[in-house]
Write a protein that binds this ligand. Structure first.
Ligand code: ATP
Length: 364
């Protein structure tokens, strides 16, 4: 087992079968047997609805809480018993938690001073951090006198200054307006790339997770349901909850036999079958952009539908149609020049087609 490759394969953070139960009047199982390995230099996102356990997992990694069961390793070393200030980990909180009476530079220097770093080194690091987050011009300004977006940059600079191995970010963009949030998403990606620090980012915003992450863990009710790249998670969700939480979904009833899916509404398709799904009745996912519509009634083995609504939205047109089974399907048709054909209005007969390889069988 002493392969020379092992050292370079060591993950940044390993969470091993961790459960967290909060006591009190009623016990809360905030995390239920969670395991995940986060790679070095990765932008890793914990995504899930409110109360699913994202913050609890982050607090366990930071050391603000300890696991009821299981262990956490950092670069292969068990840190379960290490206090937060001895972990090479820093956290950026939602509310920034800056010192309002201190200058921008003073805030960034603070942690380094606590660590007892030499003055010259602190000055050099502060300047480098100011440059990194493009705040040189406001160096001497009090943090109570800068904008929310600028405060967020200072909070990031402060957390990055001691060059932690891992940076934890708990919904750091949620206080910003949409435009600034989009800018900071790109900014965060750049900072992660330039510093080479492992980022573990918490959000309940699926779009934010898709655009920023190398990999995403989707959580629900204290469990991790799926871990994968944004493309895996969006295109091959393993179960209904994941499909529903990320992007828009159509769920259709079908019968599975081998690799063949036969929709109740008509049509037969080849599909990849996730582990643990047996032949018989299944639910399948079709994303709206993979459903296509053609004017005219369906032939044999095709999927007939009736138009309910057609909504034009610039780059695309959304079509809601009712299948013979009564199932309602949303299709998103590109409005690119030359794309699609003229469709009938409400009540018109159409045929639904599905892009090749676009049927996902769900485990549920
Ligand atoms: P949000 O997006 O709303 O912050 P979250 O996914 O981060 O949610 P957690 O804050 O981790 O969720 O909470 C998970 C569960 O644990 C919730 O049911 C919460 O009420 C509970 N919980 C969290 N902290 C404590 C605590 N200190 N004592 C008791 N219960 C707690």
């Amino acid at each position: 087992l002493s392969s020379p490759d092992i050292a370079s394969d060591i993950s940044a953070v390993d969470v091993n079968r961790v459960s967290k139960i909060f006591g009190g009047e009623q016990e809360v199982r905030a995390l239920d047997d969670v395991s995940v390995s986060i790679r070095r230099n990765e932008f890793f996102t914990l995504l899930g609805p409110s109360g699913c356990g994202k913050t609890t997992l982050l607090r366990l990694i930071a050391g603000f809480e300890s696991p009821t069961m299981g262990s956490i390793q950092l670069a292969g070393r068990d840190i379960s018993r290490l206090p937060p200030n001895q972990r090479p980990i820093n956290t950026v909180f939602q509310n920034y938690a800056l010192f309002p009476h201190m200058s921008v530079a003073g805030n960034i220097a603070f942690g380094l001073e606590m660590l007892g770093k030499p003055k010259a080194e602190i000055a050099e690091t502060v300047d480098r951090m100011l440059q990194l987050v493009q705040m040189e011009a406001l160096k001497t300004r009090r943090t109570s006198e800068i904008s929310g977006g600028q405060q967020q940059r200072v909070a990031l600079a402060r957390a990055l200054a001691p060059h932690p191995e891992v940076l934890l970010l708990d919904e750091p963009l949620s206080a910003l307006d949409l435009k600034l949030r989009k800018e900071m998403q790109i900014e965060l990606k750049r900072l992660q790339h330039e510093t080479g620090i492992t980022f573990i980012f918490v959000t309940h915003d699926q779009e934010e997770a898709l655009t920023m992450s190398d990999r995403i863990a989707v959580m629900s009710a204290g469990k991790i349901l799926q871990i994968g790249t944004p493309r895996d998670i969006y295109e091959r969700p393993a179960e209904r909850f994941v499909a529903n939480f990320i992007g828009e979904s159509n769920f259709l009833d079908a019968e599975l036999a081998g690799n063949t899916v036969t929709l109740h509404a008509g049509g037969r398709f080849q599909a990849q079958i996730p582990e643990g799904v047996a032949d018989g009745p299944v639910s399948v996912l079709v994303r709206p952009e993979h459903a296509q519509v053609r004017a005219g009634t369906a032939g044999d083995g095709e999927i007939g539908a009736v138009i309910e609504t057609v909504v034009y939205s610039g780059d695309a047109t959304s079509v809601h149609m009712r299948l013979g089974t009564g199932e309602l399907v949303k299709a998103r048709l590109s409005n690119a020049p030359g794309a699609g054909s003229e469709l009938p209005g409400e009540g018109g007969a159409v045929t639904m087609t599905i892009a090749p390889n676009a049927i996902t069988v769900l485990r549920d």
